[in-house]
Design a protein around this ligand. Sequence first.
Ligand code: SAM
Length: 302
Amino acid sequence: MDTSGTYHVPVLLKQSVEGLVTDPDGVYVDATFGGGGHSREIVSRLSPKGHLYGFDQDADTMANIIRDERFTFVYSNFRYMRNFMRWYGHRKVNGILADLGVSWHHFDDSTRGFSFRFEGPIDMRMNQKDGIKASDVLNDYPVERLAQLFWLYGELQNGRQLAQAIGRARANSRLETVTQLMDAVRPVLGREREKKDTAKLFQALRMEVNHEVDALREMLTGAVDLLDKDGRLVVITYHSIEDRMVKNLMKSGNIEGDIKTDFYGNRQVPLRSIGKPVVPDAAEQAANPRSRSAKLRIAEKI
Ligand SMILES: C[S@@+](CC[C@H](N)C(=O)[O-])C[C@H]1O[C@@H](n2cnc3c(N)ncnc32)[C@H](O)[C@@H]1O
């Protein structure tokens, strides 16, 4: 399959949408519209009464908007999902899908700095109209804070050495491009782990720039409230930090995983997990190597 020029190939498409759409007349949210692959599959399962709201914070995704009366595109960060849905007149919805992270489009665009495969500015903002760039984080954060970031969001054992190497390099000149960053950190990265650790370093920067942990926390917490009884929450994650947050939420209703009990000691949990986590089969992983780290979790509102 020649996928060059493809905006994105949806991951775990059938399994996620089958888990999501339980009522063709229902109202659904795709929190991460992207190339619209999941959204198109959802719309195809709706009756004329059903409706889908697709959120994305990246203006580039507007090129993929679905021209169908049953679809509404919302150009926004998904952290505001619950408020937007109220604005559209829905206090409750029948299902919410989130396919987290970035699309192929982000990785394949050399001007946006998401990938270490290309030379270009280290930007990494999903919403290019707002916020600080990854180069600002690299140049302006104290070394100690960078070390923390690399440890927390990249789970990098050598986070402190990486931060110190960046501190030394930026004392000479600001780090603005992928090549400048790679030249600064390469001496610290072991040859055999260079690719893996670089991917983690880029992940950590991307998560910081886009406030991914805060946005996910707010979206997930809002989702619990927004779901109607028996409504489904379907989430595809790509790394352990976001997966832990989703797993905890589905178990307890909060991302810390604290199960609350009532006065009599009865567990107060708003969601029930449906089945075990699903990962792409060998055929999907071979056809779409970027799907390899994906994990799908489904829960139902009690
Ligand atoms: C993995 S892609 C989704 C691909 C989509 N499921 C498809 O089939 O094409 C993730 C998308 O979510 C968007 N995104 C990530 N975080 C977001 C957030 N906090 N708010 C809104 N959109 C977000 C990204 O811009 C990207 O387009």
